[in-house]
Design a protein around this ligand. Structure first.
Ligand code: GAP
Length: 439
């Protein structure tokens, strides 16, 4: 559901809204924060969970089976040696010797002065390892080194054989996972866009090599439909296939789905044809056979993989930008998030017109809460102010209990987007919300 005032949205406005309304807080803010790391507040936590739920439902809605995995965050060195991350997963960076700021070489022009202090005094370019390293156990030496995973995908590849033998799934099938990933990004930036601790939603889809092109195209379409379904403005989405020289070390083809942020078109998700690179690599380094036997052809083969990889926080940020709206209501500026009701953190607000009506209103609130709707009760401040608070967190409807409600057992339902107000019987509220969330 795209906003109408797209040109008015800026990163600063989104950051401020997130803090004000409990979407996102800087981590350890009372200690000065930690660069590139964020905490999610009460409203942000629900939005994040809604994104994960809708992704999972979507990824499992197709004819081929998609099963789940929840792998560990810590992994031994060999996993990352095999996957190629130890060798390839790094950025070239330079430091400004004057102001000490660090930049990625691909993001600045080295022939020009430092964009921060205006002096041209660069260090030599150096490789910067993006994986976070730690030591596991009491002894801290080379043998105890472990890494925090920089992508969730490898948990899937190293468990491939376990999953096959414990579930009896047949190729083609997918293994999906939602979990934390960590990257020591040289330059975390644009709020949640590039951070150091984030959640990925990844699907590794295993198929025969001869079907890989077909499934690559298929998953591009499926993922495109997903973004349209959750309500992103189609005019702001575009596809960009990677040039040969920008492909990650493991992929043969990669299609980025990009979104037009105020800071330009940027990657929202990558769909990659990873070939059978990862399984072959893990087979080589671990010495374990990771092939699949096909009883129809009597042949063993190592499956090829199509991957869909997206970041929860990146979709979160995209939804905020895409749904942000400003308008003037009764001479006052209003900010609203025109979120798809399925994603909106709060389904409905239940408001007494005055505190004198709180007792009756709380009963409605408790009833809906016990029916598993995400509802909020709010009795403080003018009704206008309470509407504004709900608009800012994207609540699609507010139910107001007034003095007429005492007589007709109806409340006024006020729509976030149209501002239309209509009377609804209290005993119909459950149906009303079910319909709203089903659309
Ligand atoms: N397994 C493939 C992979 O990890 P990627 O393009 O590096 O590919 C996939 O990452 C997605 O993860 C990105 O499209 C983005 O949504 C998210 N992502 C990656 N790095 C991120 C970061 N530093 N902060 C937030 N999200 C990130």
């Amino acid at each position: 559901m795209s906003g109408t005032n797209q040109d008015t949205v800026s990163l600063e406005k989104i950051v401020s809204l997130c803090k004000r309304r409990g979407f996102v807080y800087p981590t350890a803010e009372i200690y000065g924060g930690l660069n590139g790391v964020y905490d999610f507040g009460p409203i942000g936590t629900i939005l994040k969970n809604n994104i994960k739920k809708i992704w999972l439902k979507n990824i499992q809605s197709f004819e081929e089976e998609v099963i789940l995995l929840d792998g560990s965050i810590l992994g031994p060195q060999n996993v990352w040696k095999a996957s190629g991350h130890t060798e390839h997963f790094s950025d070239q960076m330079v430091d400004c010797q004057n102001c000490k700021k660090r930049f990625r070489v691909d993001e600045i022009k080295l022939e020009k002065p430092c964009p921060s202090c205006g002096i041209k005094k660069w260090t030599e370019a150096r490789q910067f390892q993006l994986m976070f390293e730690t030591n596991v156990g009491a002894v801290s030496d080379k043998s105890s080194i472990a890494y925090l995973r920089p992508e969730t995908a490898q948990s899937i590849f190293i468990n491939f054989k376990n999953v096959l033998s414990s579930t009896r799934v047949k190729i083609p099938f997918g293994i999906a996972q939602i979990g934390k990933a960590f990257r020591n990004e040289v330059t975390p930036k644009q709020f949640l866009f590039r951070i150091r601790e984030f959640e990925q939603m990844e699907l590794e889809f295993f198929c025969k090599e001869k079907n890989s092109d077909k499934y690559f195209e298929e998953w591009i379409q499926r993922r495109k439909n997903f973004y349209l379904k959750i309500g992103l403005n189609p005019k702001k989405i575009k596809f960009r296939e990677h040039e040969k020289d920008e492909l990650a070390h493991y992929s043969k083809r990669c299609m980025d789905i990009e979104y037009n942020f105020p800071f330009g078109f940027k990657e929202l998700e990558g769909i990659a044809y990873r070939t059978n690179y990862d399984l072959i690599q893990h087979s080589k380094i671990s010495g374990k056979d990771l092939s699949v036997f096909d009883p129809n052809t009597n042949e063993s083969f190592i499956p090829h993989v199509i991957e869909s990889s997206s970041g929860v926080e990146r979709i979160f940020l995209t939804l905020l930008f895409d749904s942000y709206n400003e308008d003037i209501i009764e001479g006052e500026q209003r900010i609203s998030l025109k979120l798809n009701p399925k994603l909106a953190p709060i389904n409905a607000a239940i408001l007494p017109l005055t505190k004198k009506l709180s007792e009756q209103t709380i009963k409605i609130y408790t009833n809906l809460k016990n029916k598993n709707f995400k509802v909020q009760f709010d009795e403080s401040g003018s009704i206008g102010k309470r509407y504004r608070r709900q608009d800012e967190i994207g609540t699609p409807v507010c139910f107001t209990y007034d003095f007429d409600s005492l007589k007709d057992q109806k409340v006024t339902a006020r729509n976030r987007d149209t501002l239309e107000q209509k009377r609804i019987s209290i005993d119909q509220l459950e149906n009303y919300l079910t319909d709203l969330l089903d659309k």
